[in-house]
Design a protein. Sequence first.
Length: 280
Amino acid sequence: MEEDQRLRLAPMHQLSEALCDDDDWTGMKDPAERRKRQVRLSLRAYRKRKAARMNPRLSTLVMIMDPDSQSRQQVDPVARSKVYQQMVVSLPHLFIPAAVDHKGTFIPMRSLYPISRDHLMPLIEYNVWRATLTNVLILGHIHLIGQQTCSFGHDATIFPNLYRSNSLPKSLEPTTLQRTHRHPDWIDILPSPKMRDNAMRTYHLIPRDELCADVMGRMSGGQYNTDSAIMVWSNPWEPDGWELSEAFIRKWWMLVKDCDDILDATNKWRALRGDDPLTF
């Protein structure tokens, strides 16, 4: 084939704002439909330019903010961190509360809202992860975020109604055992005081990675039991918001023994679905 006869492929700038097939007007024979799609793309581009003019910093952030950006993962991590910090100051409304701690220090690894498509995952597991992260932030255990074990490295938004108070929620206040004995930080995240005391007495017998895998599911990055699940339906710092599966109770009985608060909450949520109550 002659050089000048070869088919040349190039980006179609007229479709730069297209988000789906319904935005593609090329090849349309119906003039009314073609015009409708062209106007839609023009308005989308106009709004983006207007927003950039209102806040010049926005134009440098579009690639990172855009959940559909194909080059999102190609952004230099250091540059991205600086941009995120800039966004906290210039575009705070885009962040879930507590992306900045009480001292005004930027907390890394926060995600934008709404959640991008590549962060979509089974809702139950995602909610448990959000709940765990929320309690981590309330307790100030920021060092747990980024650890390789238990997958403390995922980006996730936190629960939007984050507890706001100078004091800890009563349910997360350390027990006497917690205050007087050294222990792994993950115990503090558990929402039930009795469950934390159980963990204080038995954590040396508990395979941490296995427990994490059962709690977090596929988000743990390891082998997990789909039946040994935990669900979170409301405020994660309150035992009333949690539900344990029957398999989880059987397997991790040493953690849930005599935890009436968790049992009552579990049976409350089960009753709403018409399921039979569980007993420990």
